[in-house]
Design a binder for this molecule. Structure first.
Ligand code: TMP
Length: 207
């Protein structure tokens, strides 16, 4: 089972992935949590380049290829072996982030991105994608309040983040059976309860 977590930065997905991992482990499931970009030694080096705010002149195509390079390594080194061993992979972002940010956000060609992503992921797709929906203003407020590192993408305009959010909604409409939309403006506990219910049903876990 491969579950990805998607949403704007500040949507609370990182907290939720940690809580879900703890809950699954208490139900005797083998779980690997990953984050993108990064999750491997090579990927972490790429992450540092991508997040560096002094790289504000990065071309969109350079950006795209760096996210894809990090993902190719992650799939080969972590995702595929763990899925083959029968474990559950929880990933903080996956290929849908590229469609939302580089496709809908930056305006790169979506058909081209889809074939590139197929190549990069070896066709590995999440079985379930949880999308944490929050408006961009609220997400930015949360991000500031949390004291999190402010990266190169965070400093993009609110309009950019609106396009990304709108992009996520379009992706959900295209493949509704894979996605679950979660209202991330609820409290952390309420959101965690929703996540748990969804995953419990999908994995047939009994308390
Ligand atoms: P995060 O690690 O805080 O989620 O930050 C990752 C940032 O990179 C986030 O702003 C979204 C962005 N991103 C893309 O633009 N494209 C991608 O393919 C991925 C994985 C992330």
């Amino acid at each position: 089972m491969f579950i990805s977590f998607e949403g704007l930065d500040g949507s609370g997905k990182t907290t939720q992935i940690q809580r879900l991992a703890v809950w699954l482990r208490t139900h005797r499931q083998r779980v690997l949590t990953l984050r993108e970009p990064g999750g491997t030694r090579i990927g972490d080096a790429i992450r540092a380049i991508l997040h560096d705010r002094s790289n504000s002149n990065m071309d969109s195509r350079t950006e795209l290829l760096l996210y894809c390079a990090s993902r190719a390594q992650l799939v080969a080194e972590q995702v595929q072996p763990y899925l083959h061993s029968g474990g559950i992979v929880l990933s903080d972002r996956f290929a849908d982030s590229t469609l939302a940010y580089q496709g809908y956000g930056r305006g790169l060609d979506l058909d081209f991105l889809r074939s590139l992503l197929d190549f990069v992921t070896h066709g590995v797709k999440p079985d379930l994608t949880l999308y944490f929906d929050v408006d961009p203003e609220r997400a930015l407020e949360r991000r500031m309040a949390s004291g999190a590192e402010i990266n190169r993408i965070d400093v993009e305009t609110i309009e950019f983040h609106r396009r990304v959010r709108d992009g996520y909604h379009r992706l959900i409409a295209q493949e509704p059976e894979r996605w679950q939309l979660i209202d991330a403006s609820a409290t952390t506990d309420q959101v965690a309860a929703q996540v748990k219910d969804i995953v419990k049903t999908r994995l047939n876990i009994t308390d």
